[in-house]
Design a protein around this ligand. Structure first.
Ligand SMILES: Cc1ncc(COP(=O)(O)O)c(C=O)c1O
Length: 411
């Protein structure tokens, strides 16, 4: 039985009071709170196993290496990758997309090529491509969306051509919560011999992800949005693509050999095995351990149950938001087409005013553009307030949120 009240007991921070009210944390799309199990895994790592990985023969280094490798294996299983060779640990989605842009894009994209992004992308799936386009001269083409924030598949199918080398698309919008039909987008990409990169920052924490079933070439996500600490996330890529890619960062750990030739006065360098070829330097070992604990926690709950809980909350919240006369909600009306993210505005108030007002009631929401300015421009929104839910949120909290919004309307 999925019981958010029982789950809440695992999250020490939820016991806090803010401005005299019980904390209501509705900013989960920005980052999630951390359960005791993750905090304890981190503590245990530093108290018992801390050492650098893959370097020394001593016991502690062996233990740390085993844990770090196990974390890759568990992450591979979580998204149904073939093996840990396809899982590269990085700081998060932003770094993962930059890795693809620089390792794959720098060498494979030419002046006459095109990269497709959608108008609903987070800046981290736009800016790396625009930076690279300035270096390489290719074009970044923007695919339109519908007025309710859903993807316009006709626009995607019309925009793709022989010139398209990669489609870069979010799985779930971090503003409207729209869930995109990635299988369909992947089919469209592959029919045109293009690759597909999926930004899974808002999907991996909230719904079951199967990269093989989706048939995506690259999939990125951030641990901190799914109960793990900040500074750890992953890039999945199909093995056959990673084998052909050159590394992003150079340094220790990612090489097999640096053989200095004293006659030529140059080094011949060979790369390490996957995935280490893409993890230069001392990695975020403890972050990996924390991510593994977070994945175990989510797997115990069951990702189908996580998704169903958030869907129920979203449906309920949208229904109750419609009671508020001055509130406008954006995104698809049908809760089954969206994750637990609800953008809205209150007539006569800026999004920051709404967020500050709610803070007085101990309710944490996000305001502004949420790193998705093109989406706000397309929907003609000056900015938006955003409530986003996770496993520990309850209908009772939504009721308090609605009561507070009704107070704003009166003020
Ligand atoms: C859809 C989406 N993509 C990318 C990111 C960037 O993630 P990070 O800051 O963890 O790299 C976010 C974070 O809000 C996001 O919501």
């Amino acid at each position: 039985m999925f019981d958010p009240y029982k789950i809440r007991e695992d999250f020490p921070i939820l016991k806090r009071e803010i401005n005299g009210h019980q904390l209501i944390y509705f900013d989960n799309a920005a980052t999630s709170q951390k359960p005791r199990q993750v905090i304890e895994a981190i503590k245990e790592f530093y108290e018992k196993h801390n050492a650098n990985v893959h370097r020394a023969v001593h016991t502690l280094s062996q233990e740390a290496s085993e844990l770090y490798e196990k974390a890759h294996e568990e992450t591979a299983k979580f998204i149904n990758a073939n093996s840990m060779e396809e899982i590269i640990f990085l700081r998060g989605t932003t770094e993962a997309i930059n890795l693809v842009a620089y390792s794959w894009g720098l060498r494979n994209l030419k002046r006459e090529d095109e990269v497709l992004v959608t108008l609903m992308e987070h800046h981290s799936n736009i800016v790396p491509w625009e930076i690279l386009a300035k270096i390489k001269g290719f074009k970044v083409k923007y695919v339109d969306i519908n007025d309710d924030g859903t993807l316009n598949h006709d626009a995607l199918e019309n925009a793709i051509s022989k010139k398209t080398k990669i489609i870069c698309i979010t799985h779930v919008s971090n503003v409207t919560g729209t869930i995109n039909d990635i299988k369909r987008a992947a089919k469209t990409a592959h029919e045109h011999n293009a690759l597909i990169l999926v930004d899974g920052a808002q999907s991996a924490p909230h719904l079951p992800v199967d990269v093989k079933d989706l048939d995506v070439d690259f999939f990125t996500f951030s641990g901190h949005k799914m109960l793990a600490p900040t500074g750890i996330g992953a890039l999945y890529a199909k093995r056959e693509i990673l084998v052909k890619m050159e590394p992003f960062h150079g340094g220790g750990e990612m090489i097999k050999e640096v053989a200095f030739n004293p006659i030529k006065r140059a080094s011949v360098i060979s790369w390490n095995e996957l995935p280490w070829k893409f993890e230069a330097g001392t990695p975020n070992i403890c972050g990996g351990v924390g991510l593994m604990a977070a994945i175990k926690y989510l797997e115990t709950l069951g990702m189908e149950n996580v998704e169903a809980h958030e869907c129920r909350l979203t449906e309920y919240a949208i229904k109750r938001l419609h009671e508020c006369r001055k509130v406008t909600v954006y995104g698809p009306e049908n809760a089954s087409k969206r994750c637990g993210i609800i953008p809205f505005n209150v007539e006569g108030f800026s999004s920051h005013d709404i967020a500050l007002f709610l803070d007085n009631y101990g309710i944490m929401i996000r305001s502004g553009f949420h790193c998705a300015q093109p989406l706000h421009q397309r929907l003609k929104l000056p900015s938006s307030a955003r409530a986003s839910f996770y496993i520990y949120n309850t209908k009772e909290e939504i009721d308090k949120f609605i009561e507070a919004l009704k107070e704003i309307e009166k003020s």
